[in-house]
Design a protein around this ligand. Structure first.
Ligand code: AMP
Length: 207
């Protein structure tokens, strides 16, 4: 199964992606996580991307396309994979199609997590990641355990969150008609408890 998960920043993509991957036994490919890992490792790519990411802007298409093209060749992607945060532009979606055609594969579904903008800012500002486990928490709705080592993403500050939401509305939302036209889009209501949303995502994929 090859799935794309689309949603605005803080819509729950990362959390839901983990649950879907567990259920279907496929790896989660998050371009945001890959870029943050490159930044933490201090690679030239990571450092260049970090400047753009910290401003809440999109990294150039060719950078993320290269990362994904390389990653999906790994053996663990043979049963399928879930793309979380990629594609984010129409040229990225077109590149993904070309890469999959070359590999003799095809996309099975695109899940869109729909959450109103008003909720997203609060979600992002109070979001924290446990550095040791990579698990994502929310200080109000999904509090972390006492021993968590918490990190607040640089791009989860209010000004950057608003820029990222603008980028989603101006650029990434063009993917919805793109995938609708290909009969792949499945819209899922992203407001509710983690379990409720997870059940909706799984139902959309089982359908
Ligand atoms: P995410 O963790 O998916 O919210 O991504 C964090 C940041 O990484 C984004 O705000 C972008 O700066 C960058 N990024 C991640 N994926 C992409 C992508 N597909 N295209 C461009 N930039 C990306």
């Amino acid at each position: 199964m090859i799935v794309v998960l689309i949603g605005p920043p803080a819509s729950g993509k990362g959390t839901q992606a983990g649950a879907i991957c567990q259920r279907f036994g496929i790896p989660q490919i998050s371009t945001g996580d890959m870029l943050r890992a490159a930044k933490a490792a201090g690679t030239p790519l990571g450092l260049a991307a970090a400047r753009v990411m910290d401003l809440g802007q999109l990294v150039p298409d060719e950078v993320v396309i290269g990362l994904v093209d390389e990653r999906i060749k790994h053996v663990d992607c043979q049963p399928g994979f879930l793309l979380d945060g990629f594609p984010r532009t129409v040229p990225q979606a077109e590149a993904l199609e070309r890469v999959l055609v070359r590999a003799g594969r095809k996309l099975d579904a695109v899940v869109q997590l729909d959450v109103p903008r008003a909720l997203l800012v609060e979600r992002a500002i109070l979001r924290r990641t446990d550095k040791r486990t990579g698990k994502i928490y929310h200080l109000k709705y999904n509090p972390p355990p006492a021993d968590a080592v918490l990190e607040h993403r640089a791009d989860d500050q209010e000004a950057q969150v608003n820029k990222r939401l603008d980028a989603y509305e101006d650029i990434t939302s063009a993917l919805l008609p793109f995938y609708q036209g290909r009969g792949l889009l499945r819209r899922v209501e992203g407001v509710g408890s983690l379990d409720e949303v997870r059940a909706r995502v799984v139902a959309a994929l089982d359908a």
